[in-house]
Design a protein around this ligand. Sequence first.
Ligand code: EPU
Length: 418
Amino acid sequence: MDKIIVEGGRRLEGDVRISGAKNAALPILTSALLADGQSTYTNVPDLRDIRSIKELLKTLGAQIKCDGNTVKIDGSGLNNHEAPYDLVRKMRASILVLGPLVARLKKARVSLPGGCAIGARPINLHLKGLEQLGAKITLEHGYVEAVAEKLIGNEIYCDVVTVTGTENLMMAAVLAEGETVIRNAAREPEIVALADVLRDMGAKIQGDGTSIITIEGVEKLNPVEAGIIPDRIETGTFMVAAALTKGDINILDCEPDHLGATINKMKLAGIDIRISGKTIRVKGNGEIQSVDIKTQPYPGFPTDMQAQVMVLMSVASGLSIISETIFENRFIHVSELKRLGADITVSGNSAMIKGNPGGLSGAPVMATDLRASASLILAGLVAKGQTTIDRVYHLDRGYDAIEKKFSALGAAIKRIKA
Ligand code: EPU
């Protein structure tokens, strides 16, 4: 397995360009299954999760051509309704094929994703919503089977705000008969990005970006040309890197509007952040002040930035409390950060961080999930001496060329191939 070695203490400066968003690209590429004909997507990030979804779509019968960051997907050949365990276990977001398969083929057999490092992550709300649209759901031999003579629009209320759940239900409802209303829908920018693409395909969707989404089903959708929005979590990760290393980074091609909570908290921590169009300039000057953070569904503070800001709070002045309200086990990075000298105490869903400017020192650590891995690189950038991060395949799932981007900003970072 590849490792990443970081020599801490370098000030990062320069420009970095943000890639397309993983969590927008995954549902959007999947939505190609909803149309007969070839759709073209640009600004698709080069990630392991994107390769996994392409492999799955091919298995289902789609034809795929790639040229750099452009991906063409033709859903005309869709003929297989089964997403096998071997592909789904590589990536939970494979569940996103469930909605489109039921919408197009009226049947789906998708391996249950199971839990993962950060929580149990059930899909009960995806299934309940599909049932309300008229699908018959059975669970057998580790697979979800959904069958529907036809899908009929309905009122759906999600007990919990779910991002991929909302996306799955949107992709099923666009081809259902009549009107579907999804209440307590997720409001993430990735939901709006998917709705924009579906609308360009001919879908009738209103209210995306609010907690009530209304969809009037249509008979068929057309192929589309669409660009993937910038990755807000990659953007936030580079913002934290600039602040931590007392650097000066221009983050280009990003969408500052999608980072309201992150920008606000970092400004409160005393970091100099300037926005100009699609560029965010972050200067890490003086002391970092402690701030309390609570993760919440968008527009709240993103759980996908929690591990990264914990590193920032580890070298801040004062005490901060970070509460994780989305996933029940998303503090797995804490024990690794402690190996680097961070003073963190976890109690239930809260972590108390006693900040210590200059307090981290390099050590060998293990990546445990995607965002935890990013936090370890950030910690390595500011720690004294060398940090070796093992199991970086987690990182490759969601960060496009991360060590190259950090190197170009002046970091001493290298990958050791297995
Ligand atoms: N939940 C249920 N039942 C469901 C669905 C979700 O109880 O049927 C619960 C989950 O267990 C969790 C909460 O609802 O406690 C929110 O989960 P959600 O369904 O929103 O998460 P997701 O759709 O599986 C997406 C992102 C995650 C991100 C979360 C939260 C994608 C492909 N993944 O996951 O991204 O953390 O939303 O914002 O969009 C990452 O990129 O590192 C990542 C984990």
